[in-house]
Ligand binder design. Sequence first.
Ligand code: KMH
Ligand code: ZN
Length: 310
Amino acid sequence: MAAKDKVIITCAVTGAIHTPSMSPYLPITPEEIADAAIGAAEAGAAIVHLHARNPENGQPDQSPEAFAPFLKVIKQRSGCVVNITTGGAPTMAIEERVRPAATFKPEVASLNMGSMNFGLYPMLKRQKEFKYDWERPYLEESVSRIFKNTFADIEYILSTCAENGTRFEIECYDIGHLYTLAHFADRGIVKPPFFVQSVFGILGGIGPHPEDVAHMKRTADRLFGDQYRWSVLGAGRNQMAIAAQAAAMGGNVRVGLEDSLWNGPGELARTNADQVARVRKIIEGLGKEIATSDEAREILELKGGDKVAF
Ligand code: KMH
Ligand code: ZN
């Protein structure tokens, strides 16, 4: 099978959506994040998408110093593609959010394509007790918080990182975000092939219905033709169904505890690698093959793991 027909699995191992009290399996310390990323890569993830947390209390931490310890270990122990978040957390300023990617010049960094409501507060329905003081207000205050990604913010991230040869996981939470990507593509500020990560099921973005997934692909096909590579992530319990639908439609997939803590109804995922193994089974069950990290580099036209600054 040619590399271009293989399915790229991205694993987002910890993120900034879930808080430590929600799952004892959420990676928090640099050792846990490194082990989770390496385990995911061994299970079949070609790309690992990384956030950092304060090891004392699990709070999202976007300082380059918080990323350095696990980036080095992952590079020593795995050949996987490292993707550093520029989303950070919706509480952070854009200058803070871009610093790890600007410092470490990864092969891939995330790029969020629009300002939006980002509702974390419904998780308060099932989570009543918290270990750390920051967790409850973080969720509660999402009712009036904007995840800010203005045109100027997007251009700032592009111009800060693109000179480093970093390419982007372009996070599109709604159809309008595809049009924003088309706008930047028309201006020549972002170059194809675009790695479009369409996000389904975040409160404030497009829903998780199969029609939503189909509409996202139809629109991206119309706007970008063969100039883009499509990937999907489904938040929470929609994770595997959306991955299965998109894989069947020729897409790539993202899993990981950033996007869902679950391994099935009421069962917490114990590792990121478990979710990678489950989605790999689905992909292989469809008669498809997963891409290695080097095949993902070829498909996405990445600069190579030896050209990063960590
Ligand atoms: N948390 C996901 C819904 C980012 O890191 O830039 C999207 C995300 C954002 O991964
Ligand atoms: Zn992320």
